[in-house]
Design a protein. Structure first.
Length: 319
């Protein structure tokens, strides 16, 4: 019972704390004249990925590196097959030209780069096993910097496209309290969530990789799920798709890169399957914009995505 409380309490603390952090930081940014678009590309993007970052840092520090890698790959797979699939079932998702030709391929590149840097034995016949090393982490972060430059260039080209719902302007002292409480909540929520996940793995005899790919990945993806589903109901496909694609890029290049710098991550052979499914997910998302209803993920394609995700879960749980 305590383990379940740690797990549920941890993920609730992480999600709520990320919201408080974003609201407080956004309010402070607005007070100093920073545009909503830049806030969205930086603070809000960080906030929706804060659960994955928090869990990964604590997993690495606890030595549970399979949870760290499983969390990122499981989140990326779930983001496309589950979250976009469900969103498309609610309302077909039109995809902009820039997203089709730049952002989706960039998320595909992220998975490919991870597969390359993690397979030391395959690439350079390294006798020490496969690792996402500190150098690999720096490589991933370098790609993330390129992505940041790209997003900031978009911000410069579209200065008038500020968010329709600007950040709520809080009194400065309250915004500071929100940021402080958010950071504390992320710290303690991350600790409790990782402890709960590790305990469940040991009690049920499940591998940390499987726990990372399922319970942890779905738990940390709740902000993306909520954002995309609400956007789909509001028929705002740009937010639903951009949220998922941006999160996938952020997860591999920034979060996994940061985690590897904190502690090198051993990369098991089984994780190559998960990298392959991550690549497949981005590839299928790209192909849906090229076939049948061009530049759109319709309901039938969304149903296929959800079925693929269900099949993937069944396979990794049953083997």
């Amino acid at each position: 019972m305590t383990t379940i409380l740690y797990l549920v309490g941890g993920v609730l603390a992480i999600v709520l704390s990320a919201n408080w952090l974003v609201e407080g930081a956004s309010s402070i940014a607005k007070k100093y004249g920073i545009s909503d678009l830049v806030v969205g590309l930086t603070i809000v993007a960080f906030g929706t990925s804060a659960p994955e970052l928090t869990v990964n840092v604590f997993s690495a520090l606890e030595g549970s590196t399979d949870i760290a890698i499983g969390n990122i790959l499981g989140s990326n797979i779930g983001n496309i097959f589950l979250i976009l699939g469900v969103s498309a079932l609610i309302h077909p998702l039109a995809i902009q030209k820039n997203t089709t030709w730049k952002e989706i391929p960039f998320s595909l590149l992220a998975a490919v780069v991870l597969g390359i840097v993690a397979n030391d034995q395959w690439i350079d016949k390294s006798p020490g096993g496969n690792f996402v090393s500190v150098i690999d982490g720096l490589v991933l972060l370098s790609f993330f910097i390129i992505f940041l430059v790209y997003t900031l260039e978009i911000a410069k080209q579209q200065p008038a496209l500020d968010a329709e719902e600007p950040a709520r302007l809080l009194p400065f002292w309250r915004a500071v309290v929100y940021v402080a409480v958010g950071l504390l909540g992320l710290y303690f929520g991350g600790r409790f969530f990782v402890e709960g996940a590790i305990n469940i793995a040991s009690q049920l005899g499940m591998s940390e990789r499987l726990i990372g790919l399922t319970i942890v990945a779905i738990g940390t993806s709740l902000p993306e799920l909520a954002t995309s589903v609400v956007a789909a109901f509001k028929k705002n496909a740009d937010i639903a798709v951009g949220n998922v694609v941006g999160s996938n890029i952020f997860n591999i290049f920034f979060i996994l890169g940061t985690t590897a710098i904190i502690k090198p991550l051993p990369f098991s052979a089984a994780s190559n399957l998960d990298v392959g499914v991550t690549i497949l997910a981005s590839l299928l998302l790209f192909l849906t914009t090229m076939t049948f209803r061009r530049k759109k993920v319709d309901r039938s394609e969304g149903a296929v995505f959800v079925l693929i995700y269900a099949g993937y879960l069944f396979y990794i749980i049953s083997v």
